[in-house]
Write a protein that binds this ligand. Structure first.
Ligand SMILES: Nc1ncnc2c1ncn2[C@@H]1O[C@H](COP(=O)(O)OP(=O)(O)OP(=O)(O)O)[C@@H](O)[C@H]1O
Length: 230
């Protein structure tokens, strides 16, 4: 597989404000949020329910356009791109792990990764090897790589999600509540895995969580309250 050379500077949000319609007025979900996460840095955004954590992730993922402010991925201002260019930026530079596992029920673990490659049009054999290596690196090997989602545990499904997010060699890895469906020990293992991935893959990683017990392994904790970062 030809590696795409990427200039990596990570993620930056500058004075980002996001509002939602709220009856006659608007609700401010993000209030002038500024944040930088460097390559190889593991940051957590923690805060109570409704404080704006998922909104922050959606804006960083370029899935929601802020009312004002800038979102920069490896220095590229997402707001200045066409829809097509923004989709390409997302595909080439972002890895996103959503709260709900959105694995496809009919596909095996390894196929969950390969389905992305069929979209990208790379070489099938190299892609399969890379998919198998990535799954092994997140702790799924052998027969488990050939299982479908319902034949895997919640923690194993989350590992497939993470491997899938890494498949496109993202610069920025965005992870929403990765441990919400897991017990404490398995949750801690997933956070440990994300810390290791951040180091070995050099991603700028942002994990959203409301579980303060899981913050021991991160480099930086950003506290979110009422749409603001402390
Ligand atoms: N699509 C929407 N339309 C209107 N208001 C919304 C929408 N999505 C979120 N909100 C509101 O924006 C605020 C921030 O929500 P957000 O989901 O970002 O918080 P959160 O910190 O992720 O919460 P949780 O931990 O419960 O997932 C909340 O007041 C929420 O009710």
């Amino acid at each position: 597989m030809t590696a795409v050379l990427k200039t990596r500077t990570g993620l930056a949000l500058r004075e980002v404000t996001l509002t939602y319609p709220d009856g006659e007025s608007r609700l401010t979900a993000l209030d002038r949020v500024t944040l930088e996460v460097a390559p190889g840095e593991f940051a957590a955004v923690a805060g109570p329910s409704g404080s704006g954590k998922s909104s922050l992730l959606a804006v960083a993922a370029t899935l929601l356009r802020p009312d004002s402010g800038q979102v920069l991925i490896d220095g590229q201002d997402a707001g200045e791109l066409s829809d097509g260019a923004r989709t390409a930026l997302r595909r080439e530079r972002l890895g996103i792990v959503f709260q709900q596992s959105n694995l496809l029920a009919s596909l095996t673990a390894v196929e969950q990764l390969l389905v992305l490659e069929s979209v990208r049009g790379g070489k099938p054999r190299a892609a399969r090897e890379r998919a198998e290596e990535l799954l092994a690196s997140v702790g799924l090997d052998g027969a488990k790589q050939r299982r479908r989602p319902h034949q895997l545990s919640g923690g194993e499904r989350q590992r497939v999600n993470i491997a899938r997010a890494l498949f496109g060699r993202p610069s920025v890895l965005l992870v929403d509540e990765p441990t919400s469906a897991l017990d404490h020990e398995r949750g801690a293992q997933i956070v440990e895995l994300l810390a290791e991935i951040t180091r070995t893959h050099g991603t700028a990683t942002v994990m959203v969580t409301h579980d303060r017990d899981l913050l021991g392994r991160v480099d930086r904790v950003l506290a979110m309250h009422d749409g603001r970062l402390a």
